[in-house]
Write a protein that binds this ligand. Structure first.
Ligand code: FE2
Length: 372
C-alpha cells in the first residue's frame, strides 16, 4: 500500500496499486516485533501461529499508516524459513505488490519470462477471500501478488487481529517510497531487463561509477519504476574500486543478492528522526563539514539548517524540488538491510548529491568491521 488507488500508466503489463507489505524472515519474530513497535513506531495489527492453527511458523504483522511489515520465524529446524535465516540472517523474503487480479498478474508475468514461486491460490475465512500468487526476483527474494478487494480482515486469512500490548507512538512514517536491491557484479542489467520485460517497468535513472564512487569504492545503480510511480526499485551492483565496496560487503554477509534498504517517507523528517533517536535507532553519521557548503549546492530550503545539522539529516535538490534523507545503520547483526527515512519536497530523485558523503560514512563503518 503505497498510495491511493489510481489507474496505472499504459506501460504496465498489469496494474500495480502499490506495495502491499514487506515480509522479513527473522530469527526471533517476537523480539523483532517489539523492536519495530518500540523503535520505529509500528503498531501490531495481526498474528498467526500455533494459537491460530499454524504449526510451523509465527508471523507478526505491524503497520504504520500505509506501511505494512510482516515478521516471520520458523518453529521447526528444517523449513524454507529456517534455511533462509541460516543463510541470509534476518532479511526481506517478500516484496508484496497489491494488484486487482493476482491470477492474471501471475500468468502475465510467467508468460513474459518470470519464474514461479507460488501458483495462484485462494484463501478464505469469515472476513472474505484473498488471492495470492508469487514470482521470483533477485536472490531468494520473491514478489507476492496480493488481491484483496473481497477481504476485510486484519491482514490475510489465517491471521487473527492482534493489538500492541502497550500504547505505541507513531514516528510519522507514511508509505514505502522505494526498495533497493543489491545484486552480483554483472547482474544489474539482467534484473533491470526483468522488470522492464516482465512487469513493463520503465528505466527511470542510471548512475554509473563516476556518479557513485569515493576514493576507495564504487557502485553502479539503475532505478526502475512502474507506470504510476508507486513502485520504485533501484538495483545496485558493485563496481571496481581500490577496496571492497559496500555492495560486495552486503553480498558477502547476505550470501547473495537481496534487499539492501527500504526507504520510508515522512512529512516531517525532523520530528520523525528525533523521535527515532530517542527510541534508540542508530543512524549513519556524516561529519559537520557536510553542512558548511550544502546550501550553496541546494539553494533555499524551508527547514532551519541548524535543526537539520543537529539531526544529521542530508539535503539534495533536483529539477522538481528538494529532498531530505537519512539512513539507519543495519537493523540486524549482519551488515545487510537498513532503512532510509525520506521527506520529499518536490524532488523525485534519490539523493545523488549525497552519495559521496554517504558512502564515506558507510566506509567508516566498514573499516570498523574490518571489511573495507
Ligand atoms: Fe534510497
Amino acid at each position: 500500500m503505497t498510495a491511493p488507488t489510481t489507474t496505472a500508466a499504459q506501460t504496465d503489463t498489469f496494474p500495480l496499486k502499490g506495495t502491499d507489505h514487506l515480509e522479513f524472515y527473522v530469527g526471533n519474530a517476537k523480539q523483532s516485533a517489539l523492536y519495530y513497535q518500540a523503535a520505529f513506531g509500528f503498531e501490531m495489527v495481526a498474528y498467526c501461529g500455533p494459537e491460530t492453527g499454524v504449526r510451523d511458523r509465527v508471523s507478526y504483522v505491524l503497520q504504520q499508516n500505509k506501511i505494512r511489515i510482516v515478521l516471520t520465524s520458523s518453529l521447526l529446524p528444517d523449513t524454507e524459513i529456517a534455511r533462509h535465516v541460516a543463510k541470509h540472517g534476518d532479511g526481506v523474503r517478500v516484496l508484496a505488490l497489491w494488484v486487482d487480479d493476482a491470477e492474471s498478474a501471475y500468468y502475465t508475468a510467467i508468460e513474459r519470462g518470470a519464474e514461479s514461486a507460488i501458483a495462484p491460490l485462494k484463501r478464505s475465512d469469515e472476513h472474505g477471500d484473498v488471492v495470492l500468487s508469487a514470482i521470483k526476483t533477485y536472490g531468494d527474494t520473491i514478489h507476492t501478488f496480493v488481491e484483496r478487494s473481497n477481504y476485510n480482515g486484519a491482514f490475510l486469512p489465517g491471521f487473527e487481529a492482534r493489538k500492541s500490548v502497550y500504547p505505541v507512538k507513531s514516528v510519522g512514517l507514511k508509505y514505502v517510497d522505494h526498495c533497493v536491491g543489491n545484486v552480483e557484479l554483472g547482474a544489474m542489467n539482467q534484473w533491470v531487463k526483468f522488470y522492464q520485460d516482465v512487469m513493463g517497468f520503465k528505466l527511470l535513472i542510471t548512475f554509473d561509477d563516476n556518479d557513485i564512487s569515493t576514493e576507495y569504492t564504487a557502485l553502479m545503480s539503475k532505478v526502475v519504476s512502474n507506470g504510476n510511480g508507486y513502485v520504485k526499485f533501484p538495483i545496485n551492483e558493485p563496481a571496481k574500486g581500490l577496496k571492497k565496496s559496500q555492495i560486495e560487503e552486503y553480498l558477502d554477509f547476505y550470501k547473495g543478492a537481496g534487499v539492501q534498504h527500504i526507504a520510508v517517507a515522512t512529512d516531517n523528517i525532523l520530528e520523525t528522526v528525533a523521535q527515532m533517536r530517542r527510541n534508540g535507532v542508530d543512524f549513519l553519521y556524516v561529519p559537520e563539514v557536510y553542512y558548511e557548503d550544502v546550501l550553496e549546492r541546494v539553494g533555499h530550503i524551508e527547514e532551519n539548517l541548524e535543526d537539520l545539522k543537529r539531526q544529521n539529516i542530508l539535503i539534495d535538490r533536483d529539477d522538481d524540488g528538494y529532498l531530505l534523507q537519512i539512513f539507519t545503520k543495519p537493523i540486524q547483526d549482519r551488515p545487510t538491510v537498513f532503512f532510509e527515512i525520506i521527506q520529499r519536497r518536490g524532488a523525485k530523485s534519490f539523493g545523488k548529491g549525497n552519495f559521496k558523503a554517504l558512502f564515506e560514512a558507510i566506509e567508516r563503518e566498514q573499516a570498523l568491521r574490518g571489511t573495507l
